[in-house]
Design a protein around this ligand. Structure first.
Ligand code: PRP
Length: 178
């Protein structure tokens, strides 16, 4: 890994403004719903989940789930493996799955099915970014931050080989720069 900073794709200000908009929409949509559970998908969603959840004006609880699909490579294998399930009981609750990025869509599709097997009251999805060109499966994102191109993006939770997750902005790198 060299010391070159990733180029800015989405600035900290753009991200924070969009997170605020999404939080307002989620707060309005779930105003009358009891038991909203935000399920963050580790590891990448941890910063988006933290910011989004703190900007909601409605009660919510937090769970985490861990899956593995990429390893340390840069190409999705399409195979999703459950590493850690939610700890609490989500039966009868309103589940909002929170992802940092949707690329091929395999992970989110798998997670929606997984969550439904717990018999929740509803399942919806939030993702900060989507690589629309990379979609291999049709999956609904109810609350989407940004559509982006096919760049390899890092920061705001996203990594390349575990590097750059804690950048406050989303940047892009060429794997040859990493
Ligand atoms: C990323 C991301 C999603 C998944 C999306 O996770 O956080 O979970 O890939 O890809 P897909 O739409 O092609 O399925 P990753 O496997 O990189 O793990 P991480 O969150 O721990 O970085």
């Amino acid at each position: 890994m060299n010391n070159k900073s990733p180029e800015v794709l989405l600035s900290e200000e753009e991200i924070q403004a969009r997170v605020l908009e999404l939080a307002a929409k989620i707060s309005a949509d779930y105003e009358d719903a009891d038991d909203l559970v935000m399920v963050g998908v580790l590891k990448g969603s941890f910063i988006f989940l933290a910011d989004l959840s703190r900007r909601l004006s409605i009660p919510r609880t937090i769970e985490f789930i861990a899956v593995s699909s990429y390893g340390n490579g840069s190409v999705s294998s399409g195979a999703v493996r459950l590493v850690m399930d939610v700890r609490g009981n989500i039966e009868g609750k309103h589940v909002l799955i929170v992802e940092d990025i949707v690329d091929t869509g395999h992970t989110l599709k798998y997670l929606i099915g997984m969550m439904k097997s717990h018999r929740p009251a509803s399942v919806k999805t939030a993702a900060l970014v989507r690589k629309a060109e990379s979609a291999e499966v049709d999956v609904t994102i109810d609350y989407l931050g940004f559509d982006i191109g096919d760049e390899w993006v890092v920061g705001y939770g996203l990594d390349f080989a575990e590097q750059n997750r804690t950048l406050p902005y989303i940047g892009f790198i060429k794997p040859t720069d990493a």
